[in-house]
Design a protein around this ligand. Structure first.
Ligand SMILES: [Zn+2]
Length: 268
């Protein structure tokens, strides 16, 4: 059976609901007293914004709230989609990459961060942000916080800075697998849980057995689709892209070339 479809996503949410988990937006998770069995569903909308809307509708149908992080680039920043996801009751945040866009210039990055954040606040009173991994760049977007605090911008949290991943289990769908972490350059976290999944059905079985952790943040990107053509197309693309990333990590020439390609592709 094909995994990473809306159907398999629904089965995951269904299992968690059946097992008595409550779904909180990241903002709620940070601002409410800790309760038993909570899940934060986080969606980094790197691209394919319309897929995010389909996920948001599915969640809304199931009575579940999630947090959507949008980038400033046009593949992610689609006003119609943002407006509709807000109206479905989800949280919106900014998926920032300002330090990379500013080629490491901290002052410039803080300026654009502020104006991009103000832009997204036209749609929603944004209280949380998450960094974009920018795996092909030498800059780490998180270094924006080297000399500044989130509260300087009226923000409550950033997943990588505000969560203790020894307390909260973290899983993400890198490269169409829940254990594809080797392809990610930065958006990886060390955690204290001895738990690994490959397919969504493995996660579902674990939840059904009652072995899934009390608290989890589940990061799902926008590659989940029921459209057969898009599903195959994305699998082929991810296969080549992930292998290119691995080669780029080892070979500087290929790495630079790949970095240039990525920069060109995401140009606003
Ligand atoms: Zn991202």
């Amino acid at each position: 059976m094909r995994d990473f479809t809306l159907k398999s996503y629904r089965s995951l949410l269904h299992a968690l609901l059946q097992a008595g988990y409550r779904f909180l937006t990241f903002e709620e998770f940070l601002s409410q007293p800790k309760e038993a069995k909570t899940i934060v569903l986080r969606h980094d909308v790197d691209e394919l914004a319309w897929n995010a809307l389909e996920i948001a509708r599915l969640e809304n149908e199931m009575g579940v709230k999630a947090t959507y992080y949008f980038r400033i680039v046009k593949q992610s920043n689609v006003p119609e989609v943002i407006v509709e996801i807000v109206s479905l009751g989800h949280e919106i945040g900014y998926h920032y990459e300002d330090l990379v866009l500013a080629d490491g210039d901290e002052k410039k990055a803080l300026d654009t961060f502020e104006s991009h954040l103000a832009y997204f606040r036209n749609y929603y009173p944004v209280k949380t942000v998450s960094m974009h991994g920018s795996s092909s760049s030498k800059y780490d977007n998180r270094l924006l916080w080297k000399n500044h605090g989130l509260s300087d911008y009226g923000l409550l949290g950033e997943p990588y800075l505000s969560i203790d991943f020894n307390q909260v289990f973290y899983m993400t769908d890198t490269g169409f697998a829940w254990d594809g972490g080797k392809y990610a350059a930065r958006d990886v976290v060390e955690n204290g849980f001895d738990m690994k999944f490959h397919s969504t059905s493995q996660v579902v079985r674990c939840v059904e057995r009652g072995d899934f952790p009390e608290h989890a943040m589940i990061l799902a990107h926008t590659l989940w689709t029921d459209n057969l053509l898009q599903w195959y197309g994305l699998h082929i693309r991810e296969f080549f892209r992930n292998n290119l990333k691995l080669i780029a990590k080892r070979n500087r020439f290929i790495g630079n070339l790949y970095g240039k390609m990525v920069k060109w592709y995401w140009k606003k």
